[in-house]
Structure formats: structure tokens, C-alpha cells
Design a protein around this ligand. Structure first.
Ligand SMILES: Cc1cc2nc3c(=O)[nH]c(=O)nc-3n(C[C@H](O)[C@H](O)[C@H](O)COP(=O)(O)OP(=O)(O)OC[C@H]3O[C@@H](n4cnc5c(N)ncnc54)[C@H](O)[C@@H]3O)c2cc1C
Length: 303
């Protein structure tokens, strides 16, 4: 039986692995993907991770993994199906056997909801982004579109309007869902134009985004908008599924846990994008990985 099993090897899981090895814990990381790094692998350039400006996302993921490997962290490629707490023993069921540990760190991350528009998949990283905080700086003085109508979409539009030349906010309804205070800020901005009642039909471009074709859902009219960047903000989905039904989750499916990463189940911790928090970024995920291991150590001492 391991001291701790870490589920997922994105920034949170890899940091937890590094801290667990340095704490002398008998540990195992279970990752379903052939490569570690999580969402970071899908981003071309990361420009807000301290001391590594402009690093390629794949390289950052690989470097974090190499760091954990260097310390002797143990990895298993398998998909975790469920985690159950049987008092002092946690059962981790995977598609490649069942493993036992005294504690578990859930670090399965989250996935951004996709638009489902043609061209989206091919253009991801080539003008299509799911993170304005991360990629907005690449579109300085350029025209961009934000897709969505909730808080994140409106915050993204306000954020991008500071540096981009023009921001189109494409929303499928005739009013925004975002908080009124955010809407007020948005409507005060001269370089933002809302495209109401419209959905993205096609993302145009060959090796870089060149524009979007939108259709008005009420009168069927179509419009071509030339943009170099598209920020999809139609929701983010935690990869929690039915993996740990015992632990409390919020209405969106994130595990309820504070900065100490402790869930409602003793000995089960949630780190990174999978837990309730205000900002989902690499720096906050790595902080969680470290905090979760501190939680594990305290739990192992006091149980
Ligand atoms: C396109 C894009 C660009 C981004 N750019 C930036 C940026 O520039 N700067 C920044 O700070 N943040 C950026 N982010 C956000 C950042 O990547 C995330 O906040 C961070 O990766 C979260 O780390 P995590 O370890 O919590 O989860 P993730 O990175 O999501 O990693 C979770 C890991 O768990 C694995 N996993 C999931 N389910 C299972 C299972 N059942 N069994 C086993 N393994 C499982 C996954 O395969 C994955 O490897 C970006 C995100 C995206 C999508």
C-alpha cells in the first residue's frame, strides 16, 4: 500500500509528485495520457509562468515531468475509474488494476468546453484559444472575437480590449448572462462590439485564424468578421465525473476544497483545476500540488 496515489500528471499532479518524493513518501502517479503536462501540452506558448517567459507548453510539461522523474517519482499509465475511501485505505480502481493507498490526491484537471464549430480543432493554438489571461498578449493591436455571454466571456472581452484593437463579443442570445457590473464596464468600452443572437458557423483560416462566419439565429442572416484571434469562453468542465462520489462537489462538479486542498473525505485531497477556486492557472495548480502534499503529511501523522 502506497502512502499517496496522485491521479493526473498536469502541473498540480507533477508538483505533488515532486513534493511527495522530497517528503520521502511512498507514492504513485496514475496518468491516463501517454504524456504528462495536462492542459499545458495544448498551449503553444506560456508567457506568465515566472522565470520561464515564452516557454513552449509542451516543453514546460516535459520539464516538470523530468523534474519528477529525476527525484524517482513512480508513474503508471492508466485511467482512473473510481476512488473509494474504506476508512484508512483508499481504493483506486483503474482500467489496469486496483491500487491501494493511505491517501489520494485528485489532480484530474478540467477541460474547456468546445464550441463545436468547423475549424476549431485544427486552429487551436493557431489563433483559437480558451484562455484570454494566458494568450491575450499575443493579440496586441489585433482584432479578436470572444465567444460566449457569461462572466468569463465578458471578463475576457474587457481584458482583451485593453490591448487588442477591436473585440467582437459573439453571443447566441439577446442579453448577456454576466453580472450587471461587468456588463456596465463592457458597454463603456469603445472598442468592443457585441454581435447579438449569433452563433459561430465556421472558423476561417489555413495555418492561422483569419476570421469567423457567424449566423443570426433569429433572422438567419450571415456575417463574415475578420479576426486574428478567437477566445472561446462557453464554459469549463471539471474532469471529476463519477470518480469520487463520496467527496462533496459544487453545482458545477468541482471538488469543494480550500487552499489546504482537503476534500470532505479525510485522506482525499483535490489539487489544481479540479477544485473550487477563483483562478485556474499553472501557478495556482502548482501551488495546490505543494499544499496537497502538506495536507497528506499532516493526515498521515494524525490518522
Ligand atoms: C489552451 C490552454 C492554454 C493555457 N495557457 C495557460 C497559460 O499560458 N498560463 C497559465 O498559467 N495557464 C494556462 N492554461 C491553464 C492551465 O493549463 C491549467 O490551469 C493547468 O494545466 C491546470 O493544471 P492541473 O494539473 O490542475 O490540470 P490539467 O493540466 O488539466 O492536468 C490534469 C491531468 O490529469 C489527467 N487525468 C484526467 N482524468 C484522469 C483520469 N481519470 N485518470 C488518470 N489521469 C487523468 C489528464 O490527462 C491530465 O494530464 C491554459 C489552458 C489551456 C486549455
Amino acid at each position: 500500500m502506497k502512502d499517496v496515489i496522485i491521479v493526473g500528471s498536469g502541473p498540480a499532479g507533477l508538483t505533488a509528485a515532486i513534493y511527495a518524493k522530497r517528503a520521502g513518501l511512498d507514492m504513485l502517479v496514475i496518468e491516463k495520457n501517454y504524456a504528462s503536462g495536462g492542459q499545458v501540452l495544448t498551449t503553444y506558448e506560456v508567457d506568465n509562468y515566472p522565470a520561464l517567459p515564452g516557454i513552449n507548453g509542451f516543453d514546460l510539461g516535459m520539464q516538470m515531468r523530468e523534474h519528477a522523474d529525476k527525484l524517482g517519482a513512480e508513474f503508471l499509465e492508466a485511467e482512473v475509474i473510481s476512488v473509494k475511501s474504506e476508512g484508512a485505505v483508499k481504493q483506486v480502481v483503474t482500467d489496469n488494476g486496483t491500487y491501494e493507498a493511505a491517501s489520494v490526491i485528485l489532480a484530474m484537471g478540467a477541460s474547456h468546453a468546445r464550441l463545436g464549430a468547423p475549424g476549431e480543432e485544427e486552429m487551436t493554438g493557431m489563433g483559437v484559444s480558451y484562455c484570454a489571461t494566458c494568450d491575450g498578449a499575443f493579440f496586441k493591436n489585433k482584432d479578436v472575437a470572444v465567444i460566449g455571454g457569461g462572466d468569463v466571456a465578458v471578463e475576457d472581452a474587457i481584458f482583451l480590449a485593453r490591448t487588442s484593437r477591436k473585440v467582437w463579443l459573439v453571443h447566441r442570445r439577446d442579453e448577456l448572462r454576466a453580472a450587471k457590473s461587468l456588463q456596465q464596464k463592457l458597454f463603456e468600452l469603445e472598442n468592443v462590439e457585441v454581435v447579438w443572437d449569433s452563433v459561430v458557423e465556421q472558423i476561417e483560416g489555413s495555418d492561422q485564424v483569419e476570421g469567423i462566419r457567424v449566423q443570426n439565429v433569429k433572422d438567419g442572416t450571415k456575417q463574415e468578421i475578420a479576426v486574428q484571434g478567437i477566445f472561446v469562453a462557453v464554459g469549463i468542465l471539471p474532469n471529476s465525473g463519477s470518480i469520487c462520489e463520496e467527496a462533496l462537489k459544487d453545482e458545477k462538479g468541482y471538488f469543494e476544497a480550500g487552499e489546504d486542498c482537503a476534500t470532505s473525505v479525510p485522506g482525499i485531497f483535490a489539487a489544481g483545476d479540479i477544485r473550487t477556486k477563483a483562478l485556474r492557472q499553472i501557478v495556482t495548480a502548482v501551488a495546490d500540488g505543494a499544499n496537497a502534499v502538506t495536507g497528506v503529511q499532516n493526515y498521515l501523522l494524525t490518522r
